[in-house]
Structure formats: structure tokens, C-alpha cells
Design a protein around this ligand. Structure first.
Ligand SMILES: Cc1cc2nc3c(=O)[nH]c(=O)nc-3n(C[C@H](O)[C@H](O)[C@H](O)COP(=O)(O)O)c2cc1C
Length: 327
């Protein structure tokens, strides 16, 4: 049966499933939950290369990892090859899984400084950044990855040629989010462009796909349709770190575990609250936990009223008590 043969082809490859970088979310406490949920690896929140080279303490905190978590790549953004190389050399001392350069962020503040997806409009500079940074990372024995988008806008879908420039400049992995910069997060991500990058790069470097994976089916579809070497899950993991286990089971041809129960979701939100408060202090921890808890309890009966009350909670104990009443 054709479908079964295709499934076998997916199952027989060693596909890695990772947590995509998300500023404000993919810090160490959340990555630990994803590790337990089955993620093979994760990527940190993006870290300013310029701030890092100024020894900014808050920025250094973004690079913190924990030995209990799955291997973690540290992501930087910047537009000056000397600065990104210096930042990579400093981060390499922490022995991350990889250093990744962000060339995909669409946010105005980042793009207007020439960072993130703005670099997709300047392949020469992007190549120089990749060359200098990969040299610094490789000197320490650490791989260099770059995360890109499909292109800048419709009619400027340059990812395949752009990826070639980056691989020639020393990138070991290209992660492609199948949307252009001006699409931000809608309409749906295009697997065709991920496939085009994979075909262009061949065996020259790994190509990982990203965009709109919300469970085993969409993950398997992306792998089938693109031939990519691995996938990253972003938004769908925010309230469901168990998604990695379900995807991995599907890829291994095993029985897919059930969706998490209400109790598991609320318990995970409570644990995240505890760990975030321990890491950042109670005031910031409670503030940061509002948006995070919302993802975990979405869809549970009574969650709208609970969210409203969480927005007014000011201590960890109060926050925990309100959450716990959902179960
Ligand atoms: C809140 C948020 C923060 C993000 N921060 C980053 C980031 O720091 N670096 C990056 O390369 N991509 C960032 N992204 C993009 C994601 O890594 C990913 O490419 C995108 O969400 C598409 O994947 P998904 O459909 O699985 O969510 C962010 C996305 C969201 C929603």
C-alpha cells in the first residue's frame, strides 16, 4: 500500500524533533517540560549578540541551560560579523548543541536594526556573518545553524538560493519556517519552499522544517512532503509539551500516546509557575506566568474566569491556588 510504504520511509529515518526558539517562552523551565515530553533538542530564546559582548547580565541569563534538559542550541541575532563571531566564541564555552543565527525574525524592532529576516535581503552580509560566526563556532567544535524564512515577501521567495550562500559560508544546518517575512504567522506555512531548500542543498547540510506542526499528522506530512532531516514545533508546544512524544511515537511507528488530561495540563502549568518564579523571582515570575498558564488551560471548562483571576494574582501562592481550582 503506497501510504504504508511512505510511512515506512519516514519511520526508517532517524528524524529529530525539536522545540523551536520562542522569545518569552523557551527558557530553561519550559525546555525541561519539553524534554520530559519527548523533545530531542531545543533552541533557546534569541539572544542579542551585541548585548552579550557587552557582558550584559540579563542577556547572559538567557543562555542558561540545565544538565537535565535535552541538548540545547543557543540562538543569537545580530548584523555585524565581528560581533556575532565574538558572541559565538563566548557562548561556545558553554558547550551548547549548536550556535544558531536568527535570520528569520519578522518583528519590526529587530528588522529595522538590520537583524533577523532583514538579512534575507542582504545575502552578501548574511554570508559574511555566517562565515565569521561558523569559524568561531567550529574552532570550538560547535556546529553553526541558521534559521530563515521562505523569503521577504511574496515574489521574493529566496530561501533556496539564500540557504546555498549560508551553506557555502559554513552553516551546518538550515531551519526553514515556510512563511515570508510579511506573512508573519498567517496564512499557512508552505512545505513546498522547505522541499525546494532541501533539494537545492542536497547533502551539503541538514535542512529542518518548521511551521504549523500541531501533532503527529502534520509532522509526518511535512517530512513526507519535504524530505527534511528533522522538524521543529513552536506554538503548538506552548500548552502541550507532550506533543513531542506523540510525534516521536508516530515516527517510530509506535502507538501514539493519548492527549494530556486536564490534571496533567494544570499540574504542568503549576510546575512551570514554580520554576519560573525560582528563576526570575516572584514578581516577574508571576507576571511571566500569566501568558504561559493561559496556553496550558485553554479549552478547559471554566478557564476564562480563571484567566481573569490569574491576571489579578500577585503572589505565587495565590496564582497556584487559582490554577489548582480547575482540577
Ligand atoms: C512568541 C513567539 C516568539 C518567537 N521567538 C522566536 C525567536 O526568538 N527566534 C526565532 O528564530 N523564531 C522565533 N519565533 C518563531 C518560531 O520559532 C517558529 O518559527 C514559528 O512560530 C513557526 O512555527 P510554529 O508554527 O510551529 O509555531 C517565535 C514565535 C513566537 C510565536
Amino acid at each position: 500500500m503506497a501510504a504504508a510504504q511512505k510511512d515506512d520511509a519516514v519511520v526508517s529515518r532517524a528524524i529529530k524533533v525539536g522545540l523551536a526558539p520562542m522569545a518569552g517562552f523557551t527558557d530553561m523551565p519550559f525546555r525541561l517540560l519539553c524534554t520530559e515530553g519527548g523533545a530531542d533538542f531545543a533552541v533557546s530564546e534569541m539572544i542579542s549578540a551585541a548585548a552579550l559582548t557587552r557582558n550584559d547580565k540579563k542577556t547572559e541569563g538567557l543562555a542558561a541551560t540545565d544538565p537535565r534538559e535535552a541538548p540545547c542550541a543557543l540562538q543569537i541575532f545580530g548584523h555585524d560579523p565581528e560581533v556575532t563571531a565574538e558572541a559565538a566564541a563566548a557562548l561556545a564555552e558553554r558547550r551548547p548543541l549548536a550556535i544558531e543565527i536568527n535570520m528569520g525574525c519578522p518583528v519590526k524592532k529587530i528588522v529595522s536594526s538590520g537583524d533577523g529576516s532583514a538579512l534575507m535581503r542582504d545575502p552578501d552580509l548574511a554570508g559574511k556573518i555566517t562565515e565569521a560566526t561558523s569559524r568561531a563556532a567550529h574552532a570550538a567544535g560547535i556546529p553553526l545553524w541558521v534559521k530563515i524564512r521562505a523569503g521577504w515577501k511574496k515574489g521574493e521567495v529566496t530561501a533556496p538560493e539564500f540557504a546555498c550562500v549560508l551553506v557555502s559560508a559554513g552553516a551546518d544546518r538550515i531551519t526553514v519556517h515556510g512563511r515570508t517575512r510579511d506573512q508573519m504567522y498567517a496564512p499557512s506555512s508552505d512545505n513546498g519552499v522547505i522541499r525546494a531548500v532541501k533539494e537545492k542543498i542536497g547533502e551539503g547540510a541538514e535542512v529542518f522544517g518548521n511551521g504549523d506542526i500541531d501533532g503527529p499528522e502534520s509532522a509526518v506530512r511535512m517530512i513526507r512532503e519535504t524530505g527534511c532531516d528533522g522538524v521543529l514545533v513552536g506554538r503548538a508546544a506552548l500548552g502541550d509539551p507532550w506533543i513531542f512524544g506523540r510525534i516521536k511515537a508516530a515516527l517510530a511507528g509506535e502507538e501514539i500516546p493519548p492527549l494530556p488530561t486536564k490534571e496533567q495540563r494544570v499540574s504542568a502549568a503549576v510546575r512551570l509557575l514554580r520554576d519560573v518564579c525560582a528563576l526570575y523571582g516572584e514578581e516577574r515570575g508571576v507576571r511571566e506566568s500569566r501568558g504561559r498558564a493561559a496556553r496550558f488551560i485553554k479549552g478547559i471548562k471554566g478557564s476564562a474566569a480563571v484567566l481573569d483571576r490569574l491576571n489579578h494574582a500577585s503572589t505565587e501562592a495565590e496564582f497556584r491556588d487559582i490554577l489548582s481550582r480547575l482540577i
